[in-house]
Design a protein around this ligand. Structure first.
Ligand SMILES: C[S@@+](CC[C@H](N)C(=O)[O-])C[C@H]1O[C@@H](n2cnc3c(N)ncnc32)[C@H](O)[C@@H]1O
Length: 265
């Protein structure tokens, strides 16, 4: 078992709102569009949104499957479910359930498509969770999983040692910070085939609060302060440095999202 705080502990009201704000930046909107194109949900299909968070992906699925289809959004964090329910209130084809990815509240082979964006990296027993995912998708149905490897982060700083300490500490917020490296074989072992992997990079060349990286500094900083000898002052200096990099035209951030598409065998 990892020592990472549980998803319920991490996604309280405040953190859920902060994450929603980051996920509404143009960077993440574009990422969502690319992921949705890879899943290609069709009108009339039954879709599952695993770890639906603030419901942005759920709403996207609902528009794609239309009123003849259905979407079930599940999440473990109540504040996330509340936001998702508000966002999708006008979409009758959407339903939400509070449950864990290891015990999905759905019958066998219930869904045509499933999406899990930035979720399995939070799950201790991934292999059991992927077997549970395979259970609820019909044979021939599709799944798309998105996960990040923060070691793919390239983040310019005038204090490389501090930047490394912050990112190493951020790795501790989840039990599987390098999940993409093993996800293809895990999916195959769980009963999926034709697993393809695509990379969706995030790239920020200016310091702008309406970007993914600057938005994430709040969540990363809140997590890292007080851990591994990083003080609140260290985190403030880390943030200030990024701002100054921006003032000098030297801001640079890139990070890879790995998108796995798979078919239920
Ligand atoms: C980083 S957010 C991503 C939200 C959403 N998928 C998106 O891309 O907009 C991760 C979500 O996964 C949920 N989650 C993490 N572990 C979970 C588990 N074991 N069971 C259900 N939900 C979980 C969290 O509560 C959180 O809402």
């Amino acid at each position: 078992m990892s020592t990472a705080p549980s998803a319920e502990e991490q996604f309280d009201e405040k953190a859920s709102q902060q994450l929603e704000a980051v996920y509404l930046t143009p960077d993440v909107i574009e990422q969502r569009e690319r992921v949705m194109a890879l899943l290609a949900p069709r009108a009339g299909e039954h879709a599952l949104d695993i770890g639906c968070g603030p419901g942005l992906t759920t709403a996207g699925l609902a528009h794609a499957v239309g009123s003849s289809g259905s979407v079930l959004g599940i999440d473990i964090a109540q504040p996330m479910l509340a936001m998702a329910a508000r966002r999708c209130a006008s979409l009758p084809q959407v339903r939400f359930d509070r449950c864990d990815v290891n015990a999905l509240s759905a019958a066998d082979e219930r869904f045509d498509v499933a999406l899990a964006s930035q979720v399995y990296e939070y799950v201790d027993d991934i292999d059991a969770a992927l077997t549970e995912l395979a259970r609820v998708i019909r044979p021939g149905g599709r799944a798309v999983l998105v996960d990040t490897d923060w070691e793919s982060a390239v983040w310019a700083s005038s204090d490389e040692t501090r930047m490394r300490r912050v990112l190493e500490t951020w790795n501790e917020h989840i039990p599987h910070p390098q999940l993409p490296r093993t996800l293809k074989r895990r999916l195959e072992a769980a009963g999926f085939r034709h697993v393809q992997v695509a990379v969706v990079p995030l790239l920020n060349l200016v310091y702008d609060p309406a970007t993914y990286s600057v938005g994430m500094m709040t969540l990363i900083g809140n997590f890292a302060a007080g851990r591994n000898g990083l003080s609140a002052a260290d985190i403030a200096a880390w943030r200030e440095d990024a701002r100054h990099m921006g003032d000098r035209g030297e801001y640079f951030f890139s990070l890879n999202r790995y998108v796995f598409t798979a078919e239920r065998a």
